[in-house]
Design a protein around this ligand. Sequence first.
Ligand SMILES: Cc1ncc(COP(=O)(O)O)c(C=O)c1O
Length: 437
Amino acid sequence: MSDERYRYALFSDEKMRKARDSFFWVDSDPESGERIFFENSGGSFRLKKAVEAKARYEELPDCPERTHERALELQAVQRRAEDDILRVICGSSCAVLDCALTASQLNFKLAEVLAENVPGTNIVTTVLEHPSAFDAAAYAAGKTGMELRVARADPATGRIEADEIVRLVDGDTCFLSVMYASNITGSVMDIGAAVRGAREKKPGLYCICDAVQHAMHGVMDMDALGLDALVFAPYKFFSTRGAGYAALSPRMSLLRHHKLAGKPAGVWELGSPTPSNFAAVSAVVDYVCSMGDEPETSERRIRFVSGMKAIREHETALYERMMDGTGAQKGLRGIPGVRVFCDDRDLSRKDLIIAFAVEGVGCAELVSRYAAERITVYERVRTSIYSARMLEALGIDGCVRVSPLHCNTEAEVGRFLAVTEKLAKDAAAGASSGRDR
Ligand SMILES: Cc1ncc(COP(=O)(O)O)c(C=O)c1O
């Protein structure tokens, strides 16, 4: 029976089973047993096929830069993954790949290359950036003597509005760095509007985007957005740790950067490639393609887009249930004592990351009460360098961040909500008896 409360549909039972079977440890920890893991913003569930592909290619000693049969295979693995990253995931027909151990390394490198190559007197970024992009812009500005301009957030929605970014851009802006989605509140920025507006003020402005918290939740289209760089991290996107990727526009790829002198100007690869990481990314793309409705004969980007839309629909359905409840269980909006931050009802502007607090309990204490109930979530507090600036900008003292993934179920959301209601009641009872003062 359809429920009028919901606009978005969960996966069919069959698709839900497939999603859960495809990932390791979706309902338990290998040592401590059953648990609900709602901390995918810190590192997502691991796709079995990605881990297996990574392990398989790690077994081989061969250098990919040889002419033997195995080396040729490794080269093919890399070429396929480069196409998967640039064209299939990032939506660019002409971008160039750069790799590093982490997304943070890429954010710093890109900011520095832009500041050193592109004339200007100011760099524009936003107050909600992760430190790896914010500090990178600040470092590049400091190194080259430029002014750092910081766009403000709207505390009601958790977004940086395009107008606010455009306001800061002028003819002397060196580059704009803006994140795709907030790692604290899940709010998704209108990157296209920000880039278009900024380039009305400065035609040809270089624009780069940290998509680390968005890549696993939605379709990206680098060409349509007109970006010069799009950065993401596989360990938040179903795959393994130890790699970050950036898709670079052709003009960005030609800026002076660290490079072996004998390689063409647009090459960013530096040192031996890692076939196992590439194989793991292609396994992720295979999986996303298989989650959509497009037949196997369809083109890979089309299949990926269809799969990612199906994933997003299920995640948005989980989001709705988090907010409005499941069955008789109240949602976060309806539980007395719970306060949801940046609660935007337009869920097209939200990825599945929710920030909330419970009256009368500190965030760290709340996280350990959830852990005692076998639910993993995490706090974002003002004492952490990873959240202080963003929380202050949003007027939040501290919050608990809950970040499920598409392989989570409605039942898990229901259990999380029931535990939340109990913890909120306990906190209220503690406060009224004076226990928690
Ligand atoms: C939005 C955002 N950007 C960048 C990073 C840094 O990624 P990495 O750990 O790969 O450096 C994170 C990590 O949480 C993030 O959430």
